[in-house]
Design a protein around this ligand. Structure first.
Ligand SMILES: *[C@@H]1O[C@H](CO)[C@@H](O)[C@H](O)[C@H]1NC(C)=O
Ligand SMILES: *[C@@H]1O[C@H](CO)[C@@H](O)[C@H](O)[C@H]1NC(C)=O
Ligand SMILES: *[C@@H]1O[C@H](CO)[C@@H](O)[C@H](O)[C@H]1NC(C)=O
Ligand SMILES: *[C@@H]1O[C@H](CO)[C@@H](O)[C@H](O)[C@H]1NC(C)=O
Ligand SMILES: *[C@@H]1O[C@H](CO)[C@@H](O)[C@H](O)[C@H]1NC(C)=O
Length: 267
């Protein structure tokens, strides 16, 4: 490393740095004075088919950029991951179909391995989200006896290592274990996981294909959230937002030209 070489470059670097900074200066000055909700709520591109916009917001955006009921997403762009945490469950978002109001998601705990560290059912109860017609429930059974009784074809076996002992697991389509000659007590744990019915059709006998079916994820749709107002707002050049202050819990349209945010009824 020669110090004189790096020194001879530094004036040029300094000029470039100043040019770079000065190009941002006007924006910075305004930003520091006052928040600009329109700029703050710019849709965020978190990878292919994953644009975060109202009713969603990225966690680092101000609250008013999204609807308050469970529409916060975490964009981990360095990991190429978009996460959705709702009701203490964590999902990986594969796709956001904004106009159809559909999220395609996978449970984070079974994304890496079919054998999660803790067991929990998938639940969307009392959220604005629900399953779609494309989904079908499947059941993962863990810690099962080593020599199962005769099993129906649709039951697939997999293995989970636990404290040096490998436990059997069963994967069945549906939640009615009786129809597979499995009693609910045959295994220690059962977990209900929705999958895409289409992905299930391709399921062969191998263990890795169970993982692939699960990794295809499933779809949830969200209830209508100010679609009409939001569409009109975007058409008029604005961005959608939501004011959740106690005296005014409602949709608002954020306009580019004004610092103030307008409610839905105003121009
Ligand atoms: C999941 O739900 C089923 C019933 O649908 C229940 O038998 C099972 O114990 C639940 N599993 C967990 C881990 O809570
Ligand atoms: C959720 O979806 C299921 C199956 O598609 C349907 O039976 C149920 O009525 C839906 N619930 C709500 C609250 O929309
Ligand atoms: C899966 O089962 C749960 C109850 O355990 C139910 O609420 C949900 O609607 C079912 N999902 C589908 C896609 O049928
Ligand atoms: C697992 O097996 C290894 C080697 O067989 C042994 O050294 C270790 O103590 C075992 N661990 C447990 C938790 O039984
Ligand atoms: C939300 O509404 C309250 C009351 O009208 C107002 O004081 C506040 O500035 C609004 N918040 C935003 C982000 O516009």
């Amino acid at each position: 490393m020669n110090p004189s070489v790096s020194f001879s470059f530094s004036p040029l670097l300094l000029i470039l740095l100043l040019l770079f900074l000065s190009s941002f200066f006007p924006i910075r000055a305004v930003d520091d004075d006052q928040d600009n909700p329109f700029l703050d709520c710019e849709p965020i591109d978190c990878g292919k088919n994953k644009i975060i916009s109202y009713p969603f917001r990225e966690r680092n955006q101000p609250d008013y950029c999204g609807h308050p009921q469970g529409f916060v997403l975490d964009c981990k762009s360095n990991l190429d991951r978009l996460l959705w945490n709702i009701k203490s469950q964590s999902f990986l978002v594969l796709e956001i179909k904004q106009s159809a109001r559909i999220l395609k998601i996978v449970r984070m705990d079974i994304w890496d391995s079919i054998c999660p560290e803790t067991y929990s059912n998938t639940t969307l109860n009392s959220t604005p989200f629900n399953y779609t017609q494309k989904d079908i429930n499947t059941t993962l059974l863990y810690n099962c006896p080593n020599s199962p009784e005769s099993l129906a074809d649709l039951v697939k076996t997999f293995h989970c290592p636990a404290n040096n002992v490998s436990f059997n697991g069963f994967f069945v389509s549906g939640t009615d274990l009786g129809s597979y000659k499995l009693s609910s007590s045959i295994c220690e744990v059962s977990v209900v996981v929705p999958v895409l019915e289409d992905a299930l059709k391709g399921l062969t006998i191998s263990e890795s294909s169970i993982g692939k079916v699960l990794q295809h994820g499933f779809e949830v749709e969200w209830n209508t959230m100010d679609e009409e107002e939001c569409g009109a707002c975007i058409d008029s050049g604005g961005r959608c937002g939501h004011n959740s202050s106690t005296d005014q819990d409602k949709f608002m349209c954020l306009c580019p030209d004004y610092r103030e945010a307008y409610g839905s009824g105003e121009p």
